[in-house]
Design a protein around this ligand. Structure first.
Ligand code: WTA
Length: 649
C-alpha cells in the first residue's frame, strides 16, 4: 500500500450522493462565488436559519488593520435557544438529542430527547444561578465525557455566562493557570471520570488546583460515586443543590458580539492563550459548517469521538449538531477498551451514520488489524470524517476501505481552535477526494499561500497558509489580551490572518496541509507548544536548560523529543529520566509525556545565544546527514556529540 500522496490520486464521490438536499458540485461553485462576491447576502441568508430575538441588519463588520472583528453586530440571539428550545418549540421535543455511551460496555447508557435536554439544561442553569453566576461571569468546566458536560456548557450559554472548558486530562497546575487567567469564580466538575476503566480523579485535581488559584464555588456532579473530599461552604453536590430549583429559566438575550466561551490553546510562545469566541458568528458558523460538511439528514445518528475539552467537541459534539436538531453521540471511553473494536462495536450498537474521528485513532486501530472492524456490521455508516492533524494516505485508504466499506466519502476537515469551525474540506456530494488532501475552501473562506517574506504565491505552490478575509466563526480576541491576539495572528503577515500551518496547493486547487511551521507540535491530535514542555522541564530543580522539538511518530503523528541539560554536578540515569517524565505529566498532563529524553552537556547555540532548533529537529528525526550550515555555532563540536547520543534510532 502506498503512503505517498499523489495529486492525481482521485477517489470518486458516490454517484448517488445527492438526495436533493446535498450540496452538489454546481451548488458549491455557485455558492462559493456568492459567499465571496456578496458575503453580506450569503451570510444573512445562512443566519436566517436561526431564531433571532433581533434580526441583524449589519452582517460583516470586520477589519484586519486595525484588528477588529464583528459579525451580525446589531443582532440578538441565544445559542442555547437555537440548540435546544427551538426544536422543542417546533414540535420535535421527542427527537433524540444526545446518546450517552459509557466507558464500559456494561455501564449504564442514556438517551436524552430534546425535551429532556431542555429540562436538564434549565436545571443546571438554575443551579448555577443559585450559586450566584450571572451574565458575563466565567465558569470553568472540568468534566468527563458525560452528558452533564454538555448541560453545563449549554446552561452557561443560556444565562449568558462565559464557559471555559478544560480538558479532563489536564493537571491541577494547568487548571489553576486557566482559572486564574480568566478569573473564573465557579468550577463545574465531577467526582471522577472513567477512561478505559481507569479512574481520573477530577475533583481531587480541582482541589489541588485551588491550593494555587481561588474560586467561590465548586459544583460537583456525582458520576462514579467514588469518595471525594468536599470543602464546606465551597463545594456542592450538583444532585443535591439542583433538587429544588425551578423548572423555568428564560434564555438571556445576547448581543451577537457578546462572549460565548473561552478555550485555552497552545501557541509557539508563552502559556496557553484564552481564545475568545462570541455568540452570533460562532452560532452561524457551526450551524452552517455542520449542515454542509456532514450533510446531515433528519433522524441520522452522528458520532464525533473528540472530547468536549477541545474545540472539536465544542463545535461538533455540542453546538453544530444540536443547532441542526441532530442526534449526537457522546462517548466516555477510549478506542481500545475493552478491546480494539470498541469504536466499531459502538457504531454497530447505535447504528451510527456519520463518524468523525482523528487520524491518530485510525492509525492506532489500523495497527491492530482489520479483523476488529470485520467483526461488526458497519453498514449504517454513510459518511466518515477526519480532523486534528494531517491524515496520511495509507490511513485514509484504510479508513475508507475497511471502516467505510469503500462506499462512504471521507471528509478531511482542516480547521483550528481559532477558526471556530471547519475551513477547508471536501463536501460529500460536491467533491471527489484525494487521500491526504483536505480539499477545497468552505464558503466564505479565502486561503492564501505566502512565502516567508510575505509574497503572495499563485497557482500550484507551497507556502505559509493565511486567510485574507474574516468569516463568522473567527475568534475575536485573546481573553484579556487583545495585543497578544494581534501579535500572534496578524503581525507576521500584516492584513492577513496567519494560521501557523504550512500548506501546498495543487493544480486542481486542492489544499494539502503539511503541518505547523511554528513551534507548535501536534501529538495525537493534541496541540502543544514546545515552549510549554520546556517550561515544565526547567521547573525541575536539577534541570538547567531544555529544548523540545517534534519528530514524526507512526501512531501519534508527532512525538515529543526533549533535549535536557542538567545543573553542574547532576548525573542523568534511567531512574531520573523516569522521574522527569512523571514531572512533566504532573505539570501539564499525560498528553505531554516526553517520548525521548536526551541528556546533553550543551545545546547548539549561535554566538548570540540562540538555540538552533533546525539542527535539533534534524537529529530528533534521525536525519543528521543533512544538517546544513553549522559554522555559525558557538561550539560546532556539540553537534557530533548530539548525533552520537541521539535517542530516535
Ligand atoms: C492541525 C483542531 C491537517 C493544524 C480542530 C491546525 C490539521 C491545528 C487538520 C489546530 C487537518 C487540524 N489536516 N492538519 N484536517 N485539522 N489540523 O486548534 O496544524 O486543536 O493548525 O484544532 O491542527 O489544532 P486545534
Amino acid at each position: 500500500m502506498s503512503n505517498t500522496a499523489h495529486d492525481d490520486d482521485w477517489v470518486k464521490r458516490p454517484a448517488d450522493a445527492s438526495d436533493g438536499t446535498t450540496c452538489t458540485a454546481a451548488d458549491y461553485e455557485r455558492m462559493y462565488a456568492e459567499s465571496v462576491d456578496d458575503a453580506d447576502g450569503f451570510w444573512a441568508e445562512q443566519a436566517a436559519r436561526l431564531d433571532w430575538i433581533e434580526k441583524p441588519t449589519r452582517i460583516a463588520g470586520w477589519s484586519y488593520d486595525p484588528v477588529d472583528i464583528k459579525w451580525f453586530e446589531d443582532g440578538k440571539l441565544n445559542i442555547c435557544h437555537n440548540a435546544v428550545d427551538r426544536h422543542v418549540d417546533a414540535g420535535n421535543g421527542d427527537r433524540v438529542a444526545l446518546i450517552f455511551e459509557p466507558d464500559s460496555p456494561d455501564g449504564e447508557g442514556r438517551t436524552i430527547t430534546y425535551a429532556e435536554l431542555k429540562a436538564e439544561v434549565v436545571r443546571m442553569a438554575n443551579t448555577l444561578k443559585k450559586l450566584g453566576v450571572k451574565k458575563g461571569d466565567r465558569v470553568t468546566i472540568y468534566m468527563p465525557m458525560i452528558p452533564e458536560g454538555a448541560f453545563a456548557m449549554l446552561a452557561c450559554a443560556r444565562i449568558g455566562a462565559i464557559h471555559s472548558v478544560i480538558f479532563g486530562g489536564f493537571s491541577p497546575d494547568a487548571i489553576a493557570g486557566r482559572v486564574e487567567d480568566c478569573r473564573s469564580d465557579w468550577i463545574v466538575t465531577a467526582d471522577q471520570g472513567l477512561r478505559g476503566s481507569k479512574v481520573v480523579p477530577l475533583k481531587a485535581n480541582v482541589d489541588a488546583a485551588l491550593e494555587k488559584a481561588s474560586a467561590k464555588a465548586v459544583l460537583v456532579v456525582r458520576h462514579t460515586g467514588g469518595d471525594v473530599a468536599m470543602t464546606e461552604g465551597r463545594d456542592h453536590w450538583y444532585q443535591e443543590l439542583s433538587a429544588d430549583v425551578g423548572e423555568e429559566c428564560p434564555c438571556e438575550p445576547m448581543n451577537a458580539e457578546d462572549p460565548l466561551f473561552i478555550l485555552y490553546t497552545s501557541g509557539s510562545t508563552g502559556s496557553p492563550k484564552g481564545v475568545l469566541h462570541t455568540t452570533g458568528g460562532y452560532s452561524v458558523w457551526t450551524e452552517t459548517t455542520f449542515r454542509y460538511v456532514f450533510d446531515y439528514r433528519p433522524g441520522e445518528i452522528y458520532w464525533c469521538t473528540a472530547d468536549i475539552g477541545w474545540v472539536t467537541g465544542h463545535s461538533y459534539i455540542v453546538y453544530g449538531p444540536l443547532q441542526n436538531g441532530a442526534t449526537s453521540l457522546m462517548f466516555e471511553g477510549v478506542p481500545n477498551y475493552p478491546d480494539h473494536d470498541r469504536f466499531w462495536a459502538v457504531c454497530e450498537k447505535h447504528k451510527v451514520n456519520i463518524f468523525y474521528t482523528a487520524p491518530t485513532a485510525i492509525r492506532a486501530l489500523m495497527r491492530e488489524g482489520e479483523g476488529h472492524v470485520a467483526k461488526h456490521d458497519l453498514s449504517s455508516l454513510r459518511l466518515l470524517g477526519s480532523v486534528g492533524e494531517p491524515i496520511n494516505p495509507e490511513a485514509w485508504r484504510w479508513y475508507h476501505d475497511h471502516v467505510g466499506g469503500g462506499r462512504t466519502p471521507v471528509v478531511d476537515t482542516w480547521w483550528q481552535t481559532e477558526t471556530g469551525g471547519i475551513m477547508i474540506t471536501t463536501l460529500p456530494g460536491a467533491h471527489d477526494m484525494k487521500p491526504g488532501s483536505a480539499g477545497r475552501p468552505f464558503f466564505g473562506i479565502c486561503p492564501q499561500l505566502v512565502d516567508n517574506d510575505g509574497h503572495v504565491l499563485d497557482g500550484a505552490t507551497e507556502g505559509n497558509l493565511c486567510i485574507t478575509r474574516s468569516w463568522p466563526g473567527q475568534a475575536r480576541t485573546v481573553y484579556g489580551d487583545h495585543e497578544r491576539f494581534i501579535q500572534t495572528y496578524f503581525s507576521t503577515y500584516p492584513g492577513k490572518y496567519f494560521t501557523g500551518d504550512g500548506c501546498r496547493r495543487d493544480a486542481d486547487g486542492y489544499y494539502w496541509i503539511t503541518g505547523r511551521v511554528d513551534d507548535v507540535i501536534n501529538v495525537s491530535g493534541h496541540r502543544m507548544g514546545t515552549a510549554e514542555v520546556e517550561s515544565a522541564l526547567v521547573l525541575h530543580p536539577k534541570v538547567s536548560e531544555a529544548a523540545v522539538v517534534g519528530y514524526p511518530h507512526d501512531i501519534k503523528g508527532q512525538g515529543i523529543y526533549c533535549y535536557v541539560t542538567l545543573n553542574a554536578g547532576e548525573e542523568s540515569s534511567d531512574d531520573f529520566a523516569g522521574e522527569l517524565r512523571q514531572w512533566v505529566r504532573k505539570e501539564i498532563g499525560p498528553i505531554a509525556t516526553p517520548d525521548h529524553l536526551h541528556f546533553t552537556p550543551g545545546l547548539p547555540k549561535t554566538r548570540s545565544g540562540k538555540i538552533m532548533r533546525r539542527i535539533l529537529r534534524k537529529i530528533a528525526e534521525n536525519e543528521f546527514g543533512s544538517l546544513g550550515d553549522t559554522s555559525t555555532l558557538a561550539d560546532p563540536t556539540i553537534v557530533d556529540s548530539l548525533i552520537e547520543g541521539r535517542q530516535n534510532r
